[in-house]
Design a protein around this ligand. Structure first.
Ligand code: PAF
Length: 279
């Protein structure tokens, strides 16, 4: 396993692999790797000749009062996990390598970036789209793997890739959950045992509400989710939304496939989760 810090070096290596006819898979991460990331790595190991994991806590996707400085950075553990899973290259650039002082170019996937999480994190998806575009170009990825826990992120990246004619195939991967139902996330490291227990109730509620998907309107399902979440002490809702699976647009009773998505605060930690519902 090679650790590479310079973008042009990785790009050179990637070009060589492409020339040899190798399929390159990219797993973009901000580190603090967990079972969710591991599942993406395993998928790439199965599909691709070469697996690249990027580890970069991207400052551009954090708002001014968010947890950029506090975001966990267990580099040694992360590298061990990559090695154990036979990752070929780990790309670990510095901030200056990705966004030097004279950096000026940003990507905005309009409309999609302003709803749901975007309402609460106004510059977040601009930062995500920009860094992912750079990572796709640097790695020359044929496949790039993203978890559907970050459903809005996935849709924004899919749209960016389509609109900007990237050749990379975006591969959505299922949510990995802890035994108690909590979706795995690097931010779970912030949670106390009691907060984790609270967090486990989110998915229970999503499952309970989805039982009524076929016979209740999206509005009622949304209200029911809100009222169940509000009954849990120590949970503060940012939003509950039901959106079209394909493009995050509004839904009505006849929409075939939807996503019920939530963002909540448990203490000082913001968690997101979702469930896909189909008729
Ligand atoms: O999902 C993440 O970890 C990040 O948003 C990503 C896609 C690696 C971009 O920084």
């Amino acid at each position: 396993m090679k650790v590479i810090k310079i973008a042009s070096q990785l790009q050179k290596i990637a070009f060589k692999h492409l020339k040899n006819g190798d399929n390159i898979g990219l797993v973009p991460t901000m580190g603090a790797l967990h079972q969710g990331h591991e599942s993406l790595i395993l998928k790439s190991k199965k599909n691709d000749d070469v697996t690249i994991v990027s580890i970069f806590v991207n400052p551009v996707q954090f708002g001014p009062n968010e947890d950029y400085l506090k975001y966990p950075r267990p580099i040694k553990k992360d590298l061990e996990l990559c090695k154990k899973n036979h990752v070929d290259y780990v790309f670990m650039p510095t901030v200056n390598e990705m966004f030097p002082n004279n950096y000026k170019t940003f990507i905005e996937v309009t409309v999609l970036q302003d709803i749901m999480c975007g309402k609460f994190r106004p510059t977040h998806f601009r930062g995500v789209a920009t860094v992912v575009a750079k990572l796709l170009n640097i790695s020359c990825a044929c496949n790039a793997y993203f978890g559907i826990k970050d459903f809005q992120q996935l849709k924004i990246i899919e749209k960016m890739v389509k609109d900007l004619n990237f050749k990379t195939k975006i591969v959505p991967c299922p949510i990995v959950r802890e035994k108690i139902g909590l979706a795995v996330s690097s931010r779970n490291l912030y949670l106390s045992a009691q907060e984790k227990e609270t967090g486990s109730k989110i998915y229970k509620i999503l499952k309970e509400v989805s039982i009524d998907f076929k016979n209740k309107s999206p509005h009622i399902l949304k209200q029911s989710t809100i009222s169940k979440l509000n009954k849990i002490s120590n949970i503060k809702i940012d939003y509950v939304d039901i959106v079209n699976f394909n493009d995050l647009s509004s839904v009505n009773k006849s929409t075939k496939k939807v996503v019920l998505a939530v963002a909540v605060w448990i203490g000082k930690t913001r968690l997101i989760d979702n469930i896909i519902l189909a008729r």
